[in-house]
Design a protein around this ligand. Structure first.
Ligand code: ZN
Length: 88
């Protein structure tokens, strides 16, 4: 039985996802860390998953900001146009 020997087998999609999301404990992630050092194939999968997770988090953050938007930019626009007007 070598099921514990994660370092010698590839990560499955579920493991890749959990690894990128950071939901694995240190003990669970350690064998993957080791495997990723030697396996470019899984490293590519984790990088793609990392990008996906980052995009999801950015989108969630943007949605939250839009929900409570305060529009601080309109004040800046007025100031800027006033400054430009002075040169005219
Ligand atoms: Zn692998």
């Amino acid at each position: 039985m070598t099921e514990d020997d994660i370092g010698s087998r590839h990560m499955n999609p579920d493991e890749v996802e959990k690894y990128s999301m950071g939901t694995l404990s240190e003990a669970e992630a350690a064998p993957f860390d080791e495997h990723l050092l030697v396996c470019e194939k899984c490293r590519t999968l984790v990088e793609a998953s990392d990008a996906y997770v980052a995009a999801m988090r950015a989108a969630a953050k943007r949605t939250r900001q839009q929900a409570g938007k305060t529009e601080p930019r309109s004040r800046f626009d007025v100031k800027a146009s006033g400054a430009v007007g002075r040169f005219g």
